[in-house]
Ligand binder design. Structure first.
Ligand SMILES: *[C@@H]1O[C@H](CO)[C@@H](O)[C@H](O)[C@H]1NC(C)=O
Length: 235
């Protein structure tokens, strides 16, 4: 069994929050939503080279409902009706959804991406990574669904995860973020917090749950090798 032990060494809180997954047909739990948004923010705060204008992401229930509705269609391919939304997909067999693993799988593509040239190595995928670290993307919502049959995939009994993003990343001829000292180019109305630009003012309605342990995160650990039945794709 693959384990999520490498990330949670750095994420004791998230580890505590992530409850083992059980049974099919399960929606994302509150703690998994929290882990998803906080892991995005953790990765975003630690990009290399550093980002001068990386915004903090917040969970968005409307995006989550949109993602969930598409996950329920059980299609291994992007939602053609996603409009002006970014989208990352992840699928895993047997063992149930694993939010840190999905995040690692997406972030893992960073090794193929050259920020200064804005290029991805030939034959590799970088689009999940560039969406995760797209500096201007501020809202995320994800949904998962258990698919006995996932259209476009031969394996059966798959947990599909769909995340949608606003504003969308992966805009042609743009870099995911501006390199520079963290927070040195936050937009007006934002302040710096944990190397991310966070919107000033009161919490937005329906807004975030914040993990704030005062813990300072170390560098990211080596990425885990994935079992063959884990798939992440962009098409
Ligand atoms: C990234 O691309 C730039 C410009 O083409 C090149 O000079 C640099 O060597 C590349 N970096 C890596 C790590 O390949």
């Amino acid at each position: 069994m693959h384990s999520s032990c490498s990330l949670p060494v750095l994420l004791p809180l998230l580890l505590l929050l992530l409850v083992a997954t059980t049974g099919p047909a399960r929606a994302l739990k509150e703690d998994e939503k929290l882990a998803m948004v906080e892991l995005h923010n953790l990765y975003r705060s630690q990009v290399s080279p550093p980002a001068s204008n990386m915004l903090r992401m917040r969970w968005d229930e409307e995006l989550a409902a949109f993602a969930k509705a598409y996950a329920q269609k059980c299609v291994w391919g992007h939602n053609k009706e996603r409009g002006r939304r970014g989208e990352n997909l992840f699928a895993i067999t047997d063992e149930g959804m694993d939010v840190p693993l999905a995040m690692q799988e997406w972030y893992h593509e960073h090794q193929h991406y050259n920020l200064s040239a804005a290029t991805c190595d030939p034959g590799q995928m970088c689009g999940h990574y560039t969406q995760v670290v797209w500096s201007k993307t501020e809202r995320i919502g994800c949904g998962s669904h258990f698919c006995e049959k996932l259209q476009g995939v031969e394996e059966t009994n798959i947990q599909l995860l769909v995340c949608n993003y606003e504003p969308p990343g992966n805009v042609k001829r743009q870099r995911p973020y501006q390199e520079g000292p963290p927070c040195s180019q936050c937009p007006d109305g934002y302040h710096c917090e944990n190397a991310l630009c966070d919107a000033d003012g009161p919490e937005r309605p329906g807004g975030e749950v914040r993990l704030n342990s005062g813990h300072s995160w170390g560098p990211l650990p080596g990425l885990l090798l994935l079992p063959p039945l884990v798939m992440a794709g962009i098409f």
